[in-house]
Design a protein around this ligand. Sequence first.
Ligand code: EPU
Length: 432
Amino acid sequence: MALEKLVIEGGHPLRGEVTVSGSKNAALPILAATLLAETPCDLGGVPRLRDVDVLARILGVLGMQIERDKTGRLHTKLLSEDCNTAPYELVSMMRASFCVLGPLLAKRGYAKVSLPGGCAIGDRPVDLHLKGFRALGAEIEIEHGYVIAKAKRLRGANIYLGGPNGSTVLGTANVMMAACLADGTTVIEHAAVEPEIVDLANFLIAMGASIDGAGSHRMTIRGVRRLEGCAHDVIPDRIEAATLMMAAAATGGEVLFKNIDPTHLEAVFDKFREAGVGLNRNCKTVAVSGAEPIREVELTTLPYPGFPTDLQAQMMALTIMGRGASVFTDSIFPDRLHHVSEFKRMGAKILRVNNTCVVLGGTPLQAAPVMASDLRAGAALVIAGLCAQGETHVRRIYHVDRGHENFEGKLRSLGAVIRREPDEVPEKPPAV
Ligand code: EPU
């Protein structure tokens, strides 16, 4: 893969309006759920992203046809159920692809799916997913890095899905999808309540599933014999929206956001108020401005409706531009702090003890070459680059491409001076 970087000239406030894309984290499990349908599905709002392409390839291997029409809608159709193996080469590229396990197991009675492994944001176990499948009566073995799951027919069960750091989003999605075709009733206790889970449940209900309580910690799923294809529009991406809002505020600009659901962003707006970010909200639009100096905040990432871990890095970038000392604790992914050393390369003053960081605002950022370690850290470095003096080079930008549709295009339309360039990787030094 040829590497690319984003080159950003700092100091241009973002102004104008932008339409937010459909949610990556809602679209991915919904795409996996199309495996459950006997007939074609028609999906709107699926963003054009590398992660979506990877999952589409996995679904292709599993016998699905996935096509995007001229209007951007995705159409899925089941062609064959002969292959039930999701290979390491693809699953290791993206953790959400582990969500094909639930649908395959429930519908085809057998699934062999590579363990996704850890990633830059830390160790990411799947024990809760497997606990849920076992409770539904599946036989689970781990062989050579693959999970092999078998069950002639799943049976409904009471399943507690709370883990050491709260509920699990994809674990809830995976088990909920499997339970839709189980015999009898499943109750998931300590279910994740993220809007993306509610969107998946709505999609499954439109397919004919019986699900009560999505969006609460207790979900009841009554198994049905078959699910049909249906049409569905994916919810707007709350993380993309808030990332661009933080960019607008950090640059001291003013931007109107369209296609958002402000009710999904209450925790973020609460921190915006604390920080003094200008906010004007309506039903489906929000205007954000950052004229005043950003004030210090104290935040801990939490499962929804708390402040999302997926916005911790971007919010940190915003407070670096502010004054006072801000405190950040990531309680979901305690190692999700690789951006801190990159911010420091740009002159930021940040102290770290374990999963807590104190940002000492008020030091102007200087442009520097920096490296994206994951998707959200990459977006945060772009925000820092938009504010820094000089030309920042954000390398390994493929991380950002995984999850932000047309990120630099959207920023450019708001007045950012940003371009993509090939990234030259230094030649291997001669052996000594
Ligand atoms: N956990 C376990 N066991 C499990 C599963 C999770 O202990 O079997 C722990 C995790 O280690 C973590 C906590 O539970 O400490 C929550 O993890 P969760 O399972 O909720 O994460 P996920 O479902 O794998 C989704 C998003 C992430 C987002 C997290 C938390 C998708 C595709 N991914 O991951 O999004 O950070 O929820 O909200 O929906 C991103 O978009 O950049 C991203 C990483």
